[in-house]
Design a binder for this molecule. Sequence first.
Ligand code: NAD
Length: 355
Amino acid sequence: MSENPVGFGLLGAGLVAPFHAKSLRSSSKATLVAVADMNRERAEKLAKEYECKCLTTLDELLDCPGVEAICVLTPNHAHHDVVIAAARAGKHVLVEKPPAMTLRETDSMIAACKEADVRFGIVLQCRVRKAIQAMKKAIESGRFGRLLHADAYMKWFRSTEYYLSDGWRSSRASGAGVTVQHAFHYIDLLQYLAGPGKRIWARMNNLSHPQVDLEDTVLSIIEFESGAQGVVEASTGLWPGTDIRIEINGENGTAIMLGERMQTWKFRDEQPEDEEIRRYGSESIQTAASGPADFAFFDHKVVIEDMADAIREHQDPCIPAISTRPSLEMVLAMYQSARVGDWVPIPLESEQGIL
Ligand SMILES: NC(=O)c1ccc[n+]([C@@H]2O[C@H](COP(=O)([O-])OP(=O)(O)OC[C@H]3O[C@@H](n4cnc5c(N)ncnc54)[C@H](O)[C@@H]3O)[C@@H](O)[C@H]2O)c1
């Protein structure tokens, strides 16, 4: 344990909370002080298992001695108000994706954290995968040459029981559609790797979950500012669910990540490190293709430990909220395009949300 581990509090003790709790329990840089959930039973269960204080409200968590940073693990529509309150109380915030439901909300959260001089990170843990970091480095060093294609394929499965298990999971207003909820990770990866979109076309429908009024499938074409083009095919309706695929093609090379492993890594100028990069990742590690909690916690741990470093060293975390704003804008453009049936330019001329 470091001499001065950062004290974290969790707001929300639902599905994703154990990934944070396990990361904190196994970290020497950070420690879990308390968990708060309006559902007392959930908070008690988590607090007992991970040996921390059990609370039920945000106010109690903000007042709790030793809590320096809050992991915001509430449903998507609730992120904004929690972040504003936490920043005003001088707490650093690490927020589960997506940052918020609108750009306006995201901007006001960023401004509040800046004003309070607290760190503001987003949990988009796929960014820290070794395969993605290798792609990022190769793009930045020019190894791909001109980027031609950046594609994301997410052919997942979620049961009807999943959608009906909690009110917000089937509520469009809470941010439950596949585009903003599940595919956000991979749209963000395309933005992280290929840069922001310039215009977007999308079509959304519901293939397998007639009991809920949501899109469970999105097809999208993206023209990036960089001149590259790409597609997103994302669904939670394709049983049994297969590993996601991120594909990057440049004039001088191709890289494909399947799940979290590098499946293809081929450049015209083979380098000595390429052999090792081809071995990144493992087939045995699940990445949530078939169930909402079927994934490992170590990517969360990297993000949380980075946040602890950012707090102690007074610097930006590795996934600052501002870096995820263009991803949210692309997602909002997809919803708008699906509504109007036409291409939507970015920056968005008017923000219409996801409803
Ligand atoms: N990074 C990932 O891979 C990943 C995976 C799953 C979920 N998520 C994200 O995590 C967040 C939470 O998702 P989940 O599936 O854990 O949801 P969940 O419904 O399982 O848990 C949310 C919990 O928050 C509690 N809550 C809501 N508002 C509250 C408030 N104001 N005060 C106290 N408690 C409150 C609820 O009672 C609930 O127990 C969402 O933003 C989701 O997108 C991320």
